[in-house]
Design a protein around this ligand. Structure first.
Ligand code: FDA
Length: 393
């Protein structure tokens, strides 16, 4: 039987960061993870370069049943605090776009930094450890694992969400929450590609690999970024972003000409080059392969511009600017970057992440019902929530 002050379940972004903070306070900390390797999602993230935070992080970048819940942690440990730590370690990084900071070299820099922090704070990390049972004791908890029993005062659950089971994701954190009487907000895949109904898929799959800038909208929320046609459906940043706001059966509106009025352009070209074919003109604004497929998908005739009446040009522009697409579904947790929903914030302190029902029990990171948009926000939530819990657990 091993006795420690703090047990953290999950050696991912939030768990490792929290462990170091608690260790620096002089707490004896052990992190348990069932996986072979720590921080696997960090290593995979940002195409191997880890988009570790966003310079413009604000509470508006998060979805939760309680939109205010994330404010406290985000303000106590900010993106600038994490950037300062990254700088302290000399990790070269750059802004890719929209405030998103990526490592120049490799996501491994971030994992190595977290492991060095844990080492400095004398944290003990045990991988390949299955947690069999958690018992509440008069004061603290008893954790039964496949490699012995632990007794701890504080138990921090940092098991992440359900996305990418092959990287070690499990519903264990939700089960612990339920065991102790916590409510779970319904979970679903977020930041995930859309799949299409058969007729759309058949018509659009030949566009696989083509990317166009667009505004994707659903529920009064819009994202202007690229969309990518894939052999299964639609992906790309604008689609991943809007997927977190979409629910099955709904329609997504896509404006494929977000920077200029297509009607103005078509009217102008009609005057300048009346004999130019519609397809030729559209190829000035979209990839050629896209135009060919789009004309047939949208049932548009390819005639010289002079043969179109004003109303028809308007309809063509609207077809491209207000494409109403009903996805068949999403690719699900297999490829989702995050899990929406999770442990309800209602029964958690926003200042410390501690359970209001069971003193000494904490939930941090993605397991909680706080989900960031695409762009480094999910890691910032892991750092911020891990840091605040690490000050008190
Ligand atoms: P995380 O998932 O990091 O860690 C959970 C840990 O708990 C894992 O080590 C797991 O093995 C362990 N665990 C689970 N069940 C267990 C059990 N039953 N027993 C013991 N241990 C258990 N975000 C971002 O901000 N920028 C980005 O670039 C990306 N990119 C990205 C790419 C890909 C492919 C994915 C899947 C996700 C991203 N994300 C991202 C999201 C980001 O990775 C995610 O939000 C954080 O890793 C969440 O941190 P946590 O520590 O909460 O969970």
């Amino acid at each position: 039987m091993t006795k420690v002050d703090v047990i953290i379940i999950g050696a991912g972004a939030a768990g490792l960061f929290c462990a170091a903070q608690a260790g620096y306070r002089g707490r004896s900390v052990t992190v348990l993870d069932h996986a072979k390797k720590v921080g696997r999602k960090i290593l995979m993230s940002g195409g191997g370069r880890c988009n570790f935070t966003n310079m413009y992080t604000s509470p508006d970048n998060f979805l939760s049943k309680n939109a205010h819940y994330c404010k406290s942690a985000l303000s106590k440990y900010t993106q600038w605090d994490f950037i300062a730590l990254v700088n302290e370690y000399g990790i070269a990084h750059h802004e890719k776009t929209l405030g998103q900071l990526f490592c120049d070299d490799s996501a491994k820099n971030i994992v190595d930094m977290l492991l060095t922090e844990c080492q400095k704070a004398k944290v003990n990390i045990r991988t390949q450890t299955e947690i069999l049972e958690i018992e509440k004791q008069e004061s603290g908890f008893k954790i039964h694992t496949n490699s012995g029993e632990y007794i701890c005062e504080s138990l921090v659950v940092a098991t992440g969400g359900l996305s990418m089971p092959k990287l070690g994701a499990t519903p264990f954190g939700y089960q612990i929450a339920e065991q102790f009487g916590h409510t779970i907000e319904a979970t679903r895949a977020g930041l995930v590609p859309f799949t299409l109904h058969d007729h759309d898929k058949a018509a659009l799959s030949e566009l696989s690999g083509i990317s166009v800038e667009a505004v994707a909208s659903c529920h009064n929320t819009s994202f202007k970024e690229n969309i990518l046609f894939t052999h299964r459906g639609l992906s790309g940043p604008a689609i991943l972003q809007i997927s977190s706001y979409w629910t099955p059966g709904e329609t997504v509106e896509l404006n494929l000409s977000p920077n200029l009025s297509l009607l103005n352009e078509l009217q102008q070209k009609q005057t300048e080059s009346p004999n130019a074919q519609l397809g030729t003109v559209l190829s000035h604004y979209f990839p050629k392969r896209f135009v060919q497929t789009a004309l047939s998908y949208f049932n548009l005739e390819n005639k010289p511009l002079k043969q179109y009446q004003g109303k028809q040009l308007q309809q063509i522009a609207e077809t491209f600017e207000q494409w109403h697409l009903k996805p068949n579904g999403t690719e699900g947790y297999r490829t989702a970057e995050v899990t929406l929903g999770g442990v309800s914030t209602e029964q958690l302190s926003s200042k410390t992440m501690e359970s209001k029902l069971v003193p000494g029990l904490y939930f941090i990171g993605e397991v909680v019902d706080v989900t960031g948009m695409l762009g480094g926000f999910n890691f910032q939530w892991a750092w911020s929530s891990g840091w605040v819990a690490g000050q008190v657990c």
